[in-house]
Write a protein that binds this ligand. Structure first.
Ligand SMILES: NC(=O)c1ccc[n+]([C@@H]2O[C@H](COP(=O)([O-])OP(=O)(O)OC[C@H]3O[C@@H](n4cnc5c(N)ncnc54)[C@H](OP(=O)(O)O)[C@@H]3O)[C@@H](O)[C@H]2O)c1
Length: 270
């Protein structure tokens, strides 16, 4: 992997998370990472930060990279793929993070023999704690799947999924950090509402999330069992849980994930 060049097309939120992860977490030699973005300012900011290669057009990237990661918005991918198709070769691997865009669609725009991988990562890849669902097209060999997975592992948890579950992965973990951030933000506001200073409440809530997640990771217990251990009869937690149930907390979260999954499917249909 170390002697192969990596191209990254699209340097926005997800492209930056991948690029930073490759250089800072995986330890890829920056001179082997090529960037391209129609937004030159965004591309140069990332290139300067990582000391990687910024390119002025696709022809400076595509023919020089064995792995090409595509991180543009779903609505921009078709035009991009068509403008690349004359430059590609059969041994290159194209990895897309675009929500809702199928492997078959990417093959149809490039070539039906292209090696295509579809990912659904999330932004915690920036700190090596991402969740990355992976699905590979039929022309990608097992060795190549392993190679891409090894490249992604330092960015977080990698999970291979059949492609028909990629929209569900978008709804659950691609979008997941937004649910957690909203939860954190609200908990901090709640801490302030009951009299705790905002900076102190922030520290407390973050640690609460980390600690609870680590308990789940380290104990082979159902979350309800862990919740029951902090719920004493007629206690404060029981009162709080009553309010959450009455307000439809679970149903609201369930509906959010289902709606995000539906929206991923809708984006695919354009
Ligand atoms: N953000 C997330 O948390 C997340 C999570 C999972 C998956 N994804 C997927 O990641 C992809 C990128 O999302 P994002 O949030 O990173 O979007 P973003 O911040 O808008 O970044 C996309 C970048 O690509 C540029 N671009 C557009 N067309 C291009 C082209 N033809 N060639 C080169 N660059 C082009 C855009 O420039 P302009 O702004 O000038 O158009 C922008 O700088 C999406 O497909 C999304 O489904 C995102």
């Amino acid at each position: 992997m170390n002697n192969k060049n990596i191209g990254l097309i699209g340097c926005g939120a997800m492209g930056s998370a991948l690029g930073k992860g490759f250089v800072k977490k995986v330890g890829i030699d920056p001179s082997k990472v090529y960037l391209y973005d129609v937004n030159k300012e965004r591309m140069h900011t990332l290139a300067n930060e990582l000391n990687v290669v910024a390119t002025e057009n696709l022809s400076e990237l595509v023919p020089h990279c064995q792995h090409i990661f595509i991180a543009v918005k779903p609505q921009d991918i078709e035009g991009l793929l068509y403008s690349m198709r004359e430059m590609i070769t059969r041994d290159q691997i194209f990895t897309s993070v675009a929500a809702g865009i199928t492997i078959n669609f990417i093959e149809s725009c490039l070539s039906y023999e292209s090696k295509v991988i579809r990912l659904m990562p999330n932004t915690p890849c920036l700190v090596g704690e991402g969740t990355i669902a992976i699905s590979a097209g039929e022309h990608v060999t097992d060795e190549e799947k392993d190679e891409v997975e090894q490249l992604l592992k330092p960015l977080g948890l990698t999970i291979r999924l059949p492609e028909d579950l990629m929209d569900a992965a978008t709804g659950l973990s691609g979008t997941g950090p937004a649910y957690v951030f909203l939860f954190i933000e609200t908990m901090i506001d709640a801490g302030v509402a009951v009299g705790i200073r905002r900076d102190v409440a922030t520290e407390m809530v973050i640690q609460n999330i980390i600690g609870s997640a680590r308990m789940m990771q380290e104990n082979d217990k159902h979350p309800a069992e862990l919740r029951n251990t902090v719920t004493s009869p007629s206690g404060t937690t029981a009162s709080a849980l009553h309010v959450l149930e009455e307000s439809g907390f679970r149903s609201c979260l369930l509906k959010s994930v289902i709606e995000a999954t539906r929206r991923a499917k809708e984006l695919r249909r354009g």
